[in-house]
Design a protein around this ligand. Structure first.
Ligand code: FE2
Length: 228
């Protein structure tokens, strides 16, 4: 990759490395990176306790259960019914604090210029996806960073499927070869483990394909916003 050189305006101009003049000599740049951040919840968060909390909240949340039923949502989500999990439950406050640190680190990694205004938690919600459940492809359009912490992933749990954000513009492009390098693939599956935290920029389209595990796949998802 070439160095950046100063430009007249605020944008830097890439200094292109010079290929030689031999036949087919070339350089190839990789531009416009899509980054996915992978970390772990800290040890002081007891993931079994977190799982028990998710299950008991789901059991008690009749408004949430009703919403899932009315909207054909497989399993349970607290998304529409409980907006204040970290305030109500100390273990979710621990999760929030850990996520705050990871989101700040990811923002740094992405070189986001936040102008002194840190990203703040907007929503945090529980997902309990039973065997056979799916969560169709979507983005989180009002947020900056979105992600998920994984609480229960029984054997056979669905991976997370990430989609090339340019796909909608590739009207006539052929698909990529099956064994193309990972950064050239148009869909990438990642298989998180219990205690993992994944973060991505909120425009990155993602889905949870059918959960083939016999047990519930339990996760806590969240959005971070940038306050004006
Ligand atoms: Fe999502």
């Amino acid at each position: 990759m070439g160095d950046r050189v100063a430009a007249p305006g605020s944008e830097a101009v890439l200094a292109m490395p010079r290929p030689s003049r031999y036949y087919l000599s070339m350089t190839v740049l990789s531009l416009f990176a899509t980054r996915v951040y992978h970390a772990r919840l800290p040890d002081e968060i007891d993931v079994h306790e977190l799982e028990a909390s998710c299950r008991s909240i789901a059991e008690d949340d009749e408004a949430g259960q009703r919403w899932c039923e009315e909207n054909g949502f497989p399993g349970y989500t607290s998304y529409s019914s409980l907006a204040d999990l970290p305030w109500r439950f100390p273990i979710f406050e621990q999760v929030r604090k850990a996520l705050d640190r990871h989101v700040a680190a990811f923002a740094e990694e992405l070189a986001l210029d936040l102008d002194g205004r840190p990203l703040g938690l907007e929503d945090l919600w529980i997902n309990i996806l039973p065997e056979g459940g799916i969560h169709t492809s979507h983005i989180h359009p009002q947020s900056v960073i979105s992600g998920t912490a994984y609480v229960a992933m029984p054997a056979g749990s669905a991976a997370l499927r990430l989609e090339d954000p340019r796909l909608a513009m590739m009207m006539a492009a052929p698909p990529r070869k099956r064994h193309a390098a990972e950064e050239l693939q148009q869909f990438v599956y990642v298989q998180p483990a219990v205690g993992d935290v994944l973060l991505w920029e909120s425009w990155l389209r993602h889905e949870v394909p059918m959960n083939l595990a016999e047990g519930d796949r339990i996760s806590v998802s969240f959005n971070y916003r940038w306050d004006a």
